[in-house]
Design a protein around this ligand. Structure first.
Ligand SMILES: C[S@@+](CC[C@H](N)C(=O)[O-])C[C@H]1O[C@@H](n2cnc3c(N)ncnc32)[C@H](O)[C@@H]1O
Length: 255
């Protein structure tokens, strides 16, 4: 029987599943913002009054971190409604009820009036959420949608996992290239660079790009890249953060 390709419905169902709810809710309650995230947020979002849009907010780890830093004009969305429920309840617990939480798909924000009737002063898509959208054109749609709802010169911050960061990674991807050439890759994958794996956070789809791919995607969506660096170049993270998330690349682009 032919295995179905991973699509938005697969990813959404995986994020709405119990292991993922527990994993991201725990991180929102206990971990909060990473040091590197805080440094870049404060550097690129100097105006705490500006309306900000957080895409793929999950259970609110970054949202509540932003609120605690004094960013109170916040709209946060995710397409996994179970995670949005968790984010809303954490916001209520932390007196951050004023955050507007919305269930929406980053690739099509037109269906959500809350996201369409104002221009945001900046946007965030943290912890690789953008790379969890299967299909290059869909990722570009998300970048275009964020561009459309942002005001002129607004910054966008997001992260990716580099495919070619370490020798170990390069070795793994050389083997994967051979599988694709022979047509022996996991048939559920959409494109070279995709991974679909299972761990304590449940099932995870992730596209791992190289740097050039992201530069092309940003250009195709009208974003001007202004900064990128590996997380270790931005800050030394705690053991808890490193256990939660591997090394990643931060990207900042401007409209
Ligand atoms: C790795 S989690 C990060 C969650 C949260 N930002 C954090 O750092 O804990 C990625 C999030 O992106 C969301 N996501 C993925 N694709 C999405 C899409 N097309 N539209 C909206 N949210 C999406 C997932 O549901 C998930 O909550």
């Amino acid at each position: 029987m032919e295995k179905q390709k991973i699509n938005a419905a697969t990813v959404r169902a995986d994020f709405n599943a119990l292991p993922s709810i527990i994993h991201y809710t725990r991180a929102a309650h206990e971990l909060g913002l990473w040091k590197s995230e805080r440094i870049l947020i404060e550097r690129y979002f100097p105006n705490r009054e500006a309306p900000l849009l957080e895409a793929g907010c999950g259970a609110g780890r970054v949202t509540i971190g932003l609120w605690q830093l004094g960013y109170h004009n916040l709209t946060a969305f995710d397409f996994a409604e179970e995670l949005i429920d968790q984010a809303r309840s954490l916001a209520a617990e932390r007196n951050a009820d004023a955050v507007r939480f919305v269930v929406a798909d980053a690739t099509d924000l037109k269906t959500c009036h809350l996201l369409d009737d104002k221009l945001f002063g900046g946007a965030l898509f943290m912890f690789n959420g953008l790379m969890q959208i299967p299909g290059k054109e869909n990722r570009r749609s998300a970048l275009r949608e964020l561009h459309r709802v942002c005001a002129g010169d607004a910054p966008l911050i997001f992260t990716t996992h580099d495919r070619d960061y370490s020798e170990t990674e390069r070795e793994l991807w050389r083997a994967e290239t051979k599988r694709w050439v022979r047509g022996e890759q996991d048939p559920r994958l959409v494109e070279f660079g995709d991974r679909y794996f299972e761990d304590e956070a449940g099932r995870t789809f992730m596209h791992l790009p190289d740097r050039r791919e992201i530069l092309e995607d940003l250009a195709a969506a009208g974003w001007r890249p202004t900064f990128d660096a590996m997380r270790t170049e931005v800050a030394q993270e705690s053991r808890a953060v490193r256990a939660f998330s591997d090394e990643c690349r931060f990207w900042v682009a401007h409209k």
